[in-house]
Design a protein around this ligand. Structure first.
Ligand SMILES: Cc1cc2nc3c(=O)[nH]c(=O)nc-3n(C[C@H](O)[C@H](O)[C@H](O)COP(=O)(O)OP(=O)(O)OC[C@H]3O[C@@H](n4cnc5c(N)ncnc54)[C@H](O)[C@@H]3O)c2cc1C
Length: 423
């Protein structure tokens, strides 16, 4: 029976392993962390009062595979509710979300024939002083939502993503993404796959007609083929046979990978619900120009937790700060937005985390984004070249939602199906 080693037990690796094990293949999963899930990172419910998410949190767009898996696991979607507020004008007001010149922007996007970085697109089509606010608004979204550098991010990919964005109800997995991963891990075990935690793979070597996966602790697994399901920056850390390594390095350089710092601050009360004479009890998202610019609540659930988000090139600039320094940055940002003394917020704080994904040794960033060269790079990486080393993961997904759980699941499933079909 053919034996596959899957390196990395995140959404992509688990899904690839599940497909192969279900089809009767022997599967061994090697995972560097002491848990499955990778960038799905549930935090202890005791810390925040619910299974808060240190990594992926929302189900975006249509996400057909994610939703099918949720149905299998009996996990409903907890729909998002509430209102977006903005502090960008200096006063807290309901956000209108209107991009100035939005119609002209989409019109120019739809007429674009050749891909180019979004910053260049904006300069070419909206370079004048009258469009300064349009440029700022688009740039902020590309940096904040896609965690992307606008000087590299593909305009075509942004167009595809933004035009597809309204498909499907947005929300969270009731019980958290961790419950979905637990379901997938249980299923894969039921189909006979073996999972080794704390097994960091250092090298994949060719061995006869198969491969040997060598772990940092000196252990090794011999198999017919390896599927690398690790985050993009980690691909270049694993020693590979020369041809596979050259292919990986060339492709990795053409796929963008951005950083995110995610803040979770639990307070004694939802102090923001009544603020400065305003009723903010329906606050869902809060946009601002503070150093940590974006915040959200768990509305309609009433946990007294605010989640902060700092992404893209701005997240790279806070790398020298340790977790305590980042938490302080989060608190001072909230103090600035709500015009409150920081001591007042510090006094109310019950639990706090600031997770800088750029410092995570097994991710080294948050998620990928497309550059104009990415589709070709993905095709190159997906090509099996001799059939012993395959690559999957969210960064390999060519659909409109790169950088999501859905992308990871789809890439894992498609890689396994290609292998089973002998493609
Ligand atoms: C802060 C943050 C917020 C996000 N928010 C959302 C969201 O709201 N919605 C959404 O859909 N997506 C979101 N994402 C993206 C989503 O989490 C990822 O796209 C997805 O989880 C990636 O899955 P993956 O299997 O490709 O990679 P990973 O989850 O990173 O899995 C790779 C696995 O490989 C392991 N590994 C690494 N190196 C080695 C090695 N040498 N040997 C063995 N194992 C190794 C890692 O430990 C990891 O478990 C978010 C990500 C972050 C960081």
């Amino acid at each position: 029976m053919a034996h596959f080693v899957v390196v990395g037990a995140g959404a992509a690796g688990l899904m690839a392993g599940h497909e192969l094990a279900r089809a009767g293949r022997r599967v061994t999963l090697l995972e560097a962390r002491e848990r499955c899930g990778g960038r799905i990172d549930p935090l202890p419910a005791a810390e925040f009062g619910y299974p808060a998410e240190g990594g992926a949190e929302f189900v975006h767009g249509a996400a057909p595979l994610t939703r099918a898996l949720m149905r299998d696991a009996g996990l409903p979607l907890a729909p998002r509710g509430g209102r977006r507020w903005s502090a960008r004008t200096g006063t807290l007001l309901p956000d209108t979300s209107a991009v100035p010149g939005e119609l002209r922007f989409y019109d120019a996007l739809l007429r674009l024939k050749h891909d180019l970085p979004i910053a260049e697109f904006l300069e070419t089509h909206f370079g004048g002083p009258a469009d300064a606010e349009l440029r700022r608004s688009i740039t902020r979204t590309v940096e904040g939502y896609d965690a992307a550098d606008p000087r590299r991010a593909s305009t075509f990919a942004i167009r595809d993503e933004w035009l597809a964005r309204d498909d499907g109800e947005h929300g969270r997995v009731a019980g958290g993404y961790g419950a979905l991963i637990a379901h997938l891990a249980a299923e894969i075990g039921r189909h006979g796959a073996t999972l080794h935690l704390g097994a960091a793979v250092a090298a994949i070597e060719e061995a006869g007609s198969g491969i040997t996966a060598r772990c940092r602790d000196g252990s090794a697994v011999v198999a017919d083929a390896a599927i690398l399901a690790v985050p993009l920056p980690i691909l270049s850390d694993i020693a590979l046979p020369v041809a596979a390594r050259e292919r990986a390095l060339a492709a990795v350089a053409d796929i963008g990978f951005g950083n995110v710092v995610k803040f979770l601050l639990r307070f004694r009360t939802r102090w923001w619900a009544e603020h400065g004479g305003r009723n903010l009890s329906d606050l869902a998202f809060l946009l601002s120009d503070a150093p940590v610019p974006t915040w959200w609540t768990q509305h309609p659930a009433d946990h007294p937790v605010l989640t902060g988000w700092l992404a893209g090139p701005r997240a790279d600039r806070v790398v020298p700060l340790d977790e305590a320094g980042l938490i302080e940055l989060g608190l001072t940002s909230l103090a600035e937005i709500f015009a409150l003394p920081p001591e007042r917020l510090r006094h109310d704080l019950v639990a706090a985390r600031a997770i800088n994904w750029g410092r995570d040794p097994w991710a080294r960033g948050a998620y990928s984004y497309a550059t104009p060269a990415t589709r070709a790079a993905q095709a190159l990486l997906r090509r099996p070249d001799g059939g012993h080393i395959f690559v999957c993961g969210e960064a390999l997904y060519a659909g409109p939602d790169m950088g999501t759980v859905e992308a990871a699941l789809a890439s894992g499933r498609d890689t396994a199906r290609d292998i089973l079909a002998g493609r």
